[in-house]
Design a protein around this ligand. Sequence first.
Ligand code: FES
Length: 189
Amino acid sequence: MCACAGDSETTAAKPPSSGLSLENRRSFLGALLGVGSVFVGALLSVPLIRFALFPLLRRTTELKSSSVGELREFSSLTDPVMRTIQIEQVDGWRKAISEKAVYVTKDSQGQLRVLTSICPHLGCTVPWNKEKNQFVCPCHGATFALDGTRVSGPSLRGMDTLETSVQDGQLQVRFQYFRQLVSDKEVIG
Ligand code: FES
């Protein structure tokens, strides 16, 4: 009888905390699983978010070279010649082909130089004036020398030169837009 009483006392004396530990372990595992799921979900969503935002984050205009003509065409150049080039503009997912007028001319050392025809003052197209031997802007009268350097008028700098290269005998130019109304050449697209 005493032994029975002793047994029942032994059972009753089991620590009540073992049930709580199990509860705690379950909660901990649940929390761990939750954190893991959130982490994996966030990791997997990064490429999707980047894919969706790609057109907004990339440069508006992708810069590609366009052919101006064969290099030998410009070997005996005396006056600037206007050429129309095709440029591909990428705006988000949309691609557009447009045409731009540029001038092929020579600098004071006789090296070929390609100028954009956009006036650095307010953006009018600047024609070459053979009689005056200058570029003369029809909008506000800015004038530029044969190599595009500023001569007079409201423009704060000379006509903008474009980056050139030669590939397979073709003169290539990389068209760019520059900020107007400033004295330093600043690419904006
Ligand atoms: S836009 Fe050419 S001088 Fe004003």
